[in-house]
Structures are given as C-alpha cells and as structure tokens.
Design a protein around this ligand. Structure first.
Ligand code: DLL
Length: 432
C-alpha cells in the first residue's frame, strides 16, 4: 500500500518536481516531433521546433491541441506508437461529431492504474477494503480506470459496472462494500434507494470516489449524509487517460493533480494567454509520460482555479478546484452565463434533492428557462396544483444566485429519469 502513497513523488519538494517534469517534458516534445507528423506540422506552422524548447518555461511556445485536432486525426493520427505496441482503446461518449479515440500501451495502463490507486489511498482505502466499481465498464474510462487502481492497491474489487440498481444494493449489503466508485448523480440515486429500502444500517460504506461530472458542494454534503460516508471528488478525461488526473485527499479542499504525469496550466479561454494560479481559467494539460497518445497543451474546456498553497495532508502537488462546469456546458440565458451546478446548489440549499432538469428555449426571440424540480417525497400530497408559493420562493432564490428570472415547475417525486452514469441536466431546445 505504501507504494501507492508515493510520498517521494506526491510530497516532492517543488524544485525537484520541476526537475522531473522538465526531463519528462523535453523527452515528450522530442517524441511527438519525431513520431507524430501532425504535431510536427503544427509546431512548424507555429515556427517552433524542439530546439526552441529548453524547459517547461517555454511551454507557451507550443501550439494548443483542441478537440478539433483530435477529430481531424481520428482515429490514429495522434498516436506516437505503432499499433502493435498498443494494448487498449478508450473513447469518449461525445454526442456530436466523431468520437475521440485514445490509445494506451501497457506502460500507459500501469501508470494510469498508479494514478487511480493514489486516489483510492487518498480517500482512505487500503487492501482491507471492498471496492464496488459502479462506473460504466467498456469504452468509458470510469469502470476500468478505478478497477485498475483498486487491483493495484490490492483491494477486493467488485466490477459491477453501472446500472442494475437492485443488484448493486444487494452486493453492497451482502459483500460488505466499504468504498463506492460511481458518478455523483448515481451515488445520489443509490442513497435515495437505500433510504427507501431501509438499508442504511445494513451497509458498511465509509467512502465514495465520485467524479466524471460537475457536482456541487451541497450535493457532496447531501450524499455524505445520506450514505454516512466521506465523498471524494476525482477528475479526469479520456484524452489524458481517464479518472485520476486529479483526486481529493482527506482535506477535501481541491483535487491534487498528478503533476509527475501531467503539467497543468490555466489560460484565458478568449485571449489564450496563460493565467497565474488563483485566477479562474480553462485547464490545459500536457501529458509527459503517456506513450501511445501523448497530448501537449490540450485545452480541456473545463473552467477552474489552481491552488499552489501547501495542503495539510502533506502532498505538494498543486490542487485544482472543482471544475465550475465545462465552457461547453455553460449556458448563456438572456445574456447571462449560467452553470447547471449553480442551480443545483440553490436547490439543495433550499432542501430539495438534486433531481432536476433545466429546459431552455427561445420564444419570440427571447430566451426562456424552466427548471423542473422534484417535490421532496415527504412533502408530496399527491397534488401538484397549489404549489405556486413554493415555486415562487425557489425561483426567487435562483434569481438571487444568477441574476435572471427562471420559471420553476415542481414535479412529482421520481418523475425525472435517474442517471446511472453522467446525468443529463440540460435540454436546450434553442439549437434544434
Ligand atoms: O469522465 C473520466 C472520469 C471517469 C473522471 C470517472 C472521473 C471519474 P470523459 O468522459 O472523457 O472522462 O469526460 C471528461 O468530464 O472534461 C469534465 O468536463 C468532466 N469531469 C470529469 N471529472 C469531473 C469532476 C471522464 N470530478 C469530462 N468534476 C471532463 C466535474 C468532471 N467535471
């Protein structure tokens, strides 16, 4: 287990870490120049070659890579290794355009598993734990990602995948699951079912590792209370391996980025200029150990704040805040920027469960926004008429948070479809 709390790496003095990053970074730049013609061309187009890159301080001379580059080079155009050296593919669940295909060598998988094992250790797991992996297995990276870390750490791993909620609960009780890994929205649903079925005293859960979608601090508190656990955030994306790019420690104050594998920057998404730590910006990552599918300066579209302060857990790796949503997910309603997680915070603060859907439309050239929210089951009398005051109160609270008026519609408990993976919170009819 000590091996996966890699003190010599995770608590490395910043100067030494930079040395390690430098060495890996320079090797990676040369690697993509030599082995990925698309990169070589992109670098040449920007008038830069490996000779111009002397250290990480020159990183901003390199061109960015965006999802468009990945689509253009689909499926293998950014691979730096021949296919005979690759052992796995994962792919994004992207709904528009071509899917993104990421490749892994065996070494890539081993290092990725180290990253998720670190996340498990940071959440308090040890080989004594029973880890139920309820992220989807398959092309999505969640299932196999946490599964790999759990195996590495030596935990008893239950490879459930997502869905089949009654079997999830049965195994959780019968097999004595202590650590649950799934999306926060599925964790909230499991918590709801556990309460309904009176299973709270029969479960042995102590921690959950939840990520893959935005979730608010209020939602964390609600899950922690419902399941009687500590709920830890985990971040990652397919393009960079999957879960485990960053993870929370016992302090639960931001996610430590695995900086020995990823160099992080934040940029202003409009000017593309690098921003200092502490400013809100788009996350950009450079993978310095990936062999099959290395990405330099990949623009994630995730908006967040970096924190360089030393963490009381002892880890020195920089921390990222919870992403405030993807710039992709950000809605512009009546000219105002709105992230679904802001609405979620208000709902939970007002005593509702995070079961909601935001429907945006355009009527007579003007945006409309309706937030459907489930009535708390204990207050529901079977009658939806006459709830105007509750709806108005909620609408006022949302207006205080966002500055715009939205229509709130209370709906019957359980009428909004539950998610077993990433929840669909927004239906935007303006683009149909
Ligand atoms: O969601 C990988 C993952 C699996 C992460 C399991 C954590 C746990 P993708 O499907 O490629 O990969 O989606 C990546 O999901 O750019 C973020 O916008 C969002 N995301 C991931 N983790 C978080 C998180 C996986 N903890 C995209 N909080 C990313 C908020 C997250 N958003």
């Amino acid at each position: 287990m000590e091996k996966y709390y890699q003190e010599e790496i995770e608590c490395m003095e910043p100067g030494k870490l930079k040395e390690l990053q430098n060495e890996r970074f320079l090797k990676q730049v040369q690697n993509v120049w030599d082995n990925v013609p698309y990169y070589k061309k992109k670098m040449k187009d920007k008038g830069v070659s490996p000779a111009d890159i002397k250290s990480i301080d020159d990183i901003s001379k390199l061109p960015f890579v965006t999802k468009d580059d990945l689509r253009e080079t689909y499926p293998y155009g950014l691979f730096a290794k021949p296919l005979k050296d690759c052992v796995r593919i994962h792919s994004t669940s992207g709904t528009t355009g071509r899917r993104v295909v990421a490749g892994y060598t065996q070494n890539d998988i081993d290092l990725w598993n180290d990253c998720t094992a670190r996340a498990l250790v940071a959440a308090g797991a040890s080989p004594k734990d029973v880890v139920q992996v309820a992220y989807g297995y398959g092309l999505f990276t969640g299932g196999l990602g946490l599964d790999g870390g759990s195996h590495k750490l030596g935990c008893l791993t239950i490879p459930m995948s997502s869905g089949n909620t009654s079997r999830q609960l049965q195994f959780m009780v019968d097999l004595g699951t202590t650590v649950l890994c799934c999306t926060p929205s599925y964790a909230a649903y499991l918590s709801e079912c556990i309460a309904e079925q009176g299973l709270r005293d029969k479960i042995k859960l102590k921690a959950g590792i939840f990520g893959a979608e935005a979730w608010s601090q209020e939602m964390r508190e609600s899950i922690q209370e419902g399941l009687g656990i500590k709920a830890f955030d985990i971040y990652g994306l397919t393009e960079l391996t999957g879960p485990g790019v960053a993870y929370e420690c016992s302090e639960q104050k931001g996610m430590h980025i695995n900086e020995d594998h990823f160099i992080v920057e934040t940029i202003d998404p409009d000017t593309l200029e690098p921003l200092p730590a502490g400013s809100k910006g788009e996350l950009v990552f450079t993978s310095i150990t990936k062999e099959a599918f290395p990405l330099l300066r990949y623009r994630t579209k995730d908006i967040c704040i970096l924190n360089t302060e030393k963490c009381s857990c002892g880890r020195t790796h920089i921390r990222m805040s919870k992403p405030m949503g993807r710039s992709d997910d950000m809605l512009i309603i009546k000219g105002v920027n709105v992230f679904p997680s802001q609405i979620e915070s208000v709902l939970i603060e007002q005593g509702y469960q995070p079961n909601y859907q935001i429907v945006v439309d355009r009527v007579n050239n003007s945006d409309t926004c309706e937030v459907k929210v489930e009535m708390p089951a204990e207050q529901f009398t079977g009658e939806l008429a006459g709830l105007n005051r509750m709806e108005r109160n909620l609408s006022d609270a949302i207006k205080t948070m966002l500055g715009i008026k939205v229509k709130v519609k209370l709906v019957a408990p359980k009428s909004i479809t539950r998610s077993e993976g990433k929840a669909v919170r927004v239906i935007d009819n303006r683009h149909i």
